[in-house]
Design a protein around this ligand. Structure first.
Ligand SMILES: [Zn+2]
Ligand SMILES: [Zn+2]
Length: 315
C-alpha cells in the first residue's frame, strides 16, 4: 500500500508504509495523544514569523480536538479510540477578511453536553474557552468587526463556531446544506445543532444553481468553492490560491483524513457514499490539475505538518 501526500510545493510524495516515519504509520491505526494543547504551547514559544507578506494570508487554526472512535471517522473500521483536530481557517484579503467554518462553537467549551447533547458520547470536544474563533482572530490582529464573510463548508457541529459571532458578516452556505440542516435524516441529526445556525439576524448568502460550483468569492481567483456532497448534502470544499504559496485545497470533510483521500475509507458519517466517493475523485482531479497542496479535514497526522496560527501562515 502506498501513501500519497503533498509537500509544501504541492508535489506528490509517495512512500511505502515501511519508509513512513514510525509515528505516522502507527498513528493511522492507533489512538493518538492530545496534541492540541502541547502544540499550542510549542507554537507560543516560537518566534513570530518575520518578513513581508504578499498581503493575502491563509491562517490555519483549530478549536481543540474531538475524542471519538475510529468507526465514527472511518466507516466500519472498529472501536479503537481516535482523536482528531478541529481545524478552521482565516484568510486576510485586501477586499475583506474571510473566516472558513470557525470550528466548534464556544458553548462546546463551556457546557458541551448542554449544547451538543448526547452526541458528546460519540464526539467529545476537548476545547478551551480561549480556543473560540473570535478570540483566535484577535490573536492575529483581526477584529471581529473587520470580517466580511464567513464561508460554511457545511453545518455540522464542529464547523459552526463562527455563526452569530461576527457582527458585520455575510454567512455563505450552500442552499441544500442550509435546508437539510433544519430537516436532517435520523442518522445525521446529532451532527446539527440548531441553536448554532437558527439564530435571528444572521445575514445569509445562499449558493446554488449556477453558483453551486467554483464560485469565486472576490472574483480574483483567491477563494473558490467546490461543491463536494456526500458527507453532507450541501458540502463545499475550498481552493485557496495564494501569491507565494500557490494553490491550497481545503477538502474539509469531503476527505476527513489521508485515508479518505486515498480511497481507503468512507466517512463514518455520510448521506451518500456514492456522492462522497465522487467528490473525492473530483477533488483529486483538481489537485492533479492545479498541483495544489492538499489539507484534509481532520487528519491528526498531516495537520501537525502545516504552518499554524498564530505564529505562522501561508501567503
Ligand atoms: Zn462534517
Ligand atoms: Zn468536521
Amino acid at each position: 500500500m502506498k501513501i500519497v501526500e503533498f509537500d509544501d510545493k504541492g508535489r506528490r510524495v509517495e512512500s511505502d508504509p515501511g519508509s513512513v516515519p514510525r509515528k505516522a504509520a502507527a498513528s493511522a491505526l492507533a489512538p493518538r495523544p492530545v496534541f492540541a494543547r502541547s502544540d499550542a504551547a510549542a507554537h507560543q514559544s516560537q518566534p513570530r514569523r518575520r518578513g513581508a507578506s504578499s498581503g493575502i494570508e491563509l491562517h490555519m487554526f483549530q478549536t481543540g480536538t474531538l475524542r471519538t472512535k475510529l468507526k465514527y471517522i472511518k466507516m466500519n473500521q472498529g472501536e479503537s479510540d481516535f482523536e482528531i483536530p478541529v481545524p478552521w481557517f482565516l484568510i486576510k484579503h485586501p477586499l475583506g477578511n474571510v473566516v472558513i467554518d470557525g470550528g466548534n462553537a464556544i458553548e462546546a467549551a463551556i457546557d458541551k453536553r448542554g449544547h451538543w447533547g448526547a452526541v458528546v458520547d460519540a464526539y467529545d470536544p476537548v476545547m478551551a474557552i480561549a480556543d473560540n474563533c473570535v478570540d483566535q482572530c484577535k490573536s492575529v490582529g483581526v477584529d471581529p468587526h473587520n470580517v466580511r464573510y464567513v464561508l460554511q463548508s457545511h453545518l455540522h457541529l464542529d464547523h459552526t463556531g463562527a455563526l452569530g459571532h461576527f457582527p458585520k458578516v455575510q454567512y455563505v452556505v450552500h442552499r441544500v446544506e442550509y435546508d437539510y440542516a433544519f430537516n436532517p435524516h435520523w442518522f445525521s441529526k446529532g451532527a446539527y445543532i440548531r441553536a448554532d445556525f437558527d439564530r435571528p439576524g444572521l445575514d445569509w448568502k445562499f449558493l446554488g444553481g449556477e453558483y453551486t460550483d467554483h464560485f469565486d468569492l472576490y472574483g480574483d481567483g483567491t477563494i473558490r468553492t467546490i461543491f463536494t456532497p456526500g458527507h453532507s448534502p450541501g458540502h463545499q470544499s475550498f481552493l485557496i490560491t495564494l501569491p507565494n504559496s500557490g494553490p491550497i485545497l481545503l477538502t474539509i470533510d469531503a476527505a476527513y483524513t489521508v485515508d479518505h483521500w486515498n480511497n481507503l475509507a468512507l466517512p463514518g458519517l455520510v448521506v451518500s457514499s456514492a456522492d462522497a466517493a465522487n467528490s473525492v475523485a473530483k477533488l483529486r482531479r483538481i489537485a492533479e490539475t492545479t498541483g495544489a497542496t492538499v489539507v484534509t479535514g481532520h487528519d491528526p497526522v498531516t495537520w501537525e505538518t502545516f504552518r499554524k496560527a498564530p505564529n505562522d501562515f501561508y501567503d
